[in-house]
Design a protein around this ligand. Structure first.
Ligand SMILES: NC(=O)c1ccc[n+]([C@@H]2O[C@H](COP(=O)([O-])OP(=O)(O)OC[C@H]3O[C@@H](n4cnc5c(N)ncnc54)[C@H](O)[C@@H]3O)[C@@H](O)[C@H]2O)c1
Length: 332
């Protein structure tokens, strides 16, 4: 029997998840919910259309949560709604897949963890970069040790200011946390996934709207081990294309992912080599993995919810470092 999913929030990510489920086996979207009448007709504005003729369409989250046909609630709502909706979904007896960032802050994220325990339900946070083929391959190569130890690593993620969101919530610092919490978190989480918890962070940031950081550069301090830096920016012009890249120097060569997501290894001697990576994207990888976990009634070993909580703590430490203009010990 297919796992039956209800998606709450049909914006950019709701559509992305809806489309991705259509490619997967053993799962079926049976219900969706959005407050916007146009989206309930399947018109997702700049992101195209979806066919909702074979799913139950709700305008109220509680009605979807009480639908007995829904096994799993997939939350693609604005970030401030992640914690309250997750907790209500657990109360209604559902498992939850929830977009990153896990919550608006670590207090809310902790309440989600406690609620999952209380109701004995699974919580999967959609940190797609942990599943993105070039990042997955880079981690595999680094951890194999065959090119020696990591010397330095640099991650970059930039875009224009997001303009598509519901009531422009993404541009509101109090709702989205702006670039630091919403965009740069992808790299912060991957840094933790790859290298573990840094001792401290030293961040520089600039704020173009009160209360949020729109361009951040963080030095993740691993003492004598490696030098790791990540930069996130979203203040570029609306026509500036989104890109994510990384360059990792190893003892025996340099690994680079360019804007086209191609992964190349530049050995200390010899010719550069294009590295083959799996097809698909991180959304497909994460949702396939979460559905397999639900089928086996287990937690994710790639992104346990406690990990997503610690990534929120890491971002809070980075924001604190920008404020204090000095290195800050990482919490958690
Ligand atoms: N993994 C990624 O790469 C990635 C990319 C973008 C956004 N996100 C995350 O996904 C989440 C959603 O972002 P988005 O860009 O899709 O936002 P969005 O504004 O495009 O979509 C949110 C949707 O929720 C609906 N909505 C709002 N309140 C509602 C309610 N009470 N009940 C029902 N529907 C409601 C809105 O009408 C809208 O359709 C955010 O947490 C964001 O950080 C993740």
């Amino acid at each position: 029997m297919a796992i039956q999913v209800g998606i709450v929030g049909l914006g950019m990510m709701g559509k992305c998840h809806f489309d991705t489920y259509q490619k997967l086996k053993g799962v079926k979207v049976v219900a969706v919910c959005d407050v916007d009448e146009r989206k309930r007709r399947g018109d997702i504005g700049p992101f195209g259309t979806i066919d909702l003729s074979r799913v139950k369409v709700y305008s109220n989250v509680e009605d979807l949560l009480n639908d007995p046909h829904v096994d799993v609630v997939d939350i693609t709502l604005p970030t401030p709604a992640h914690a309250p909706t997750t907790i209500k979904a657990f109360e209604a007896g559902k498992h939850v897949i929830c977009e990153k960032p896990m919550a608006r802050n670590s207090t809310e994220a902790k309440a989600m963890l406690e609620s999952a325990k209380k109701y004995k339900k699974h919580l999967y946070i959609a940190h797609c970069i942990r599943f993105w083929p070039s990042y997955v391959k880079a981690k595999e190569i680094i951890q194999s040790g065959k090119f020696g130890k990591v010397l330095t690593a640099k991650f970059n993620r930039v875009s224009g200011l997001p303009s598509w969101s519901w009531k422009n919530w993404l541009q509101s610092a109090s709702q989205s946390g702006r670039c630091a919490l919403d965009l740069h978190i992808h790299d912060a989480d991957f840094v933790r996934f790859l290298f573990g918890k840094p001792k401290a962070v030293q961040s520089l940031g600039v704020s173009l709207a009160p209360g949020g950081i729109d361009h951040i550069i963080t030095n993740y301090i691993y003492l004598e081990k490696y030098w790791v830096v990540a930069e996130g920016a979203w203040e570029y012009s609306p026509t500036y294309p989104f890109s994510m890249t990384f360059t990792i120097a190893l003892e025996q060569g340099t690994l680079e992912m360019t804007k086209d997501l191609a992964l190349t290894f530049y050995p200390n001697r010899g010719r550069p080599k294009q590295i083959k990576v799996l097809k698909g994207d991180g959304y497909e990888g994460e949702l396939r993995h979460f559905i397999e976990c639900i089928q086996k009634n287990r937690e994710s070993d790639i992104i346990p919810p406690e990990e997503a909580y610690k990534t929120i703590l890491l971002i809070e430490s980075e924001i604190e470092s920008v404020k204090q203009q000095k290195p800050v010990t990482v919490k958690g």
